[in-house]
Write a protein that binds this ligand. Structure first.
Ligand code: IYR
Length: 228
């Protein structure tokens, strides 16, 4: 056994026979394939513990140097949610009506039928804003530089989204750019950058989503030939 300079512990992940591996893999794909981004939410309350569980799932993400450079800010009061809606819609009006989104981008968004109306931000029981920490304030007051921040926080957000789906909840990866207003409203320090805003709740009973297909595996993957 290799000698360590730091503490290590045994790790023995579950193993399955081949049929069970495939069954579990197919079940998982079927489960994540049923997830859709939602823009039409119910105002039905959701227990805070569900939000905390999704954040706990996000917090298991791998990260550069295990520095875990994320912070999930949870908003549940109507006044703060409304302030976020007003600020987000102000930015989105510049994006959509002010031409900040160039025509090519607008064309790409057409089939999603998105616009500057972000009223769902008032409707949802929770808004969670994920902040990325380019550095982290240490207990001694120093600032520690973080590594692979985008990769780490992106993976954490993927787990967050998937955990919500596992609980029957819906969300949207919303980026009402520029998002600096979220730093102010959430009262976060300057070392944290707003990364993604997640409205969290139940999909509304009459929710509709764009009829989109996922690209086939043959387009999502390729096999690299061995060297000839
Ligand atoms: N942030 C805008 C525009 C937008 C951009 C992309 I890329 C989308 O996939 C969806 C929307 C908005 O939220 O409306």
């Amino acid at each position: 056994m290799r000698q360590h300079t730091h503490p290590f512990v045994p790790y023995r992940p579950e193993r399955y026979d081949e049929a069970e591996m495939l069954r579990r893999g197919r079940d998982f794909v079927s489960f994540v394939d049923r997830r859709r981004s939602v823009r039409s939410f119910s105002d039905e309350p959701v227990p805070r513990e569900c939000v905390d569980l999704a954040i706990a799932a996000a917090n298991t993400a791998p990260s550069g140097a295990h520095f875990q450079p994320w912070k999930f800010a949870v908003i549940g009061d109507a006044e703060t949610k409304h302030r976020i809606r007003v600020a987000a819609e102000a930015e989105e009006r510049v994006n959509y009506e002010g031409g900040r989104i160039p025509p090519e981008w607008r064309a790409a968004l057409a089939r999603l039928e998105t616009d500057s109306d972000k009223s769902f931000l008032d409707v949802v029981p929770w808004i969670v804003v994920c902040f990325a920490e380019k550095s982290t304030a240490m207990p001694d007051g120093s600032l520690r530089k973080n590594y692979y921040v985008n990769e780490s926080v992106g993976i954490a957000c993927g787990l967050f989204i998937t955990a919500l789906h596992a609980m029957g909840l819906s969300t949207l990866t919303h980026t009402p750019n520029p998002m600096a207003f979220l730093t102010r409203i959430c009262e976060r320090p300057g070392n944290e950058r707003p990364y993604i805003l997640f409205p969290v709740g139940y999909a509304s009973p009459d929710c509709e989503v764009p009829d989109l297909a996922r690209k086939p595996l043959a387009e999502a993957s390729t096999t690299v030939p061995p060297p000839s």
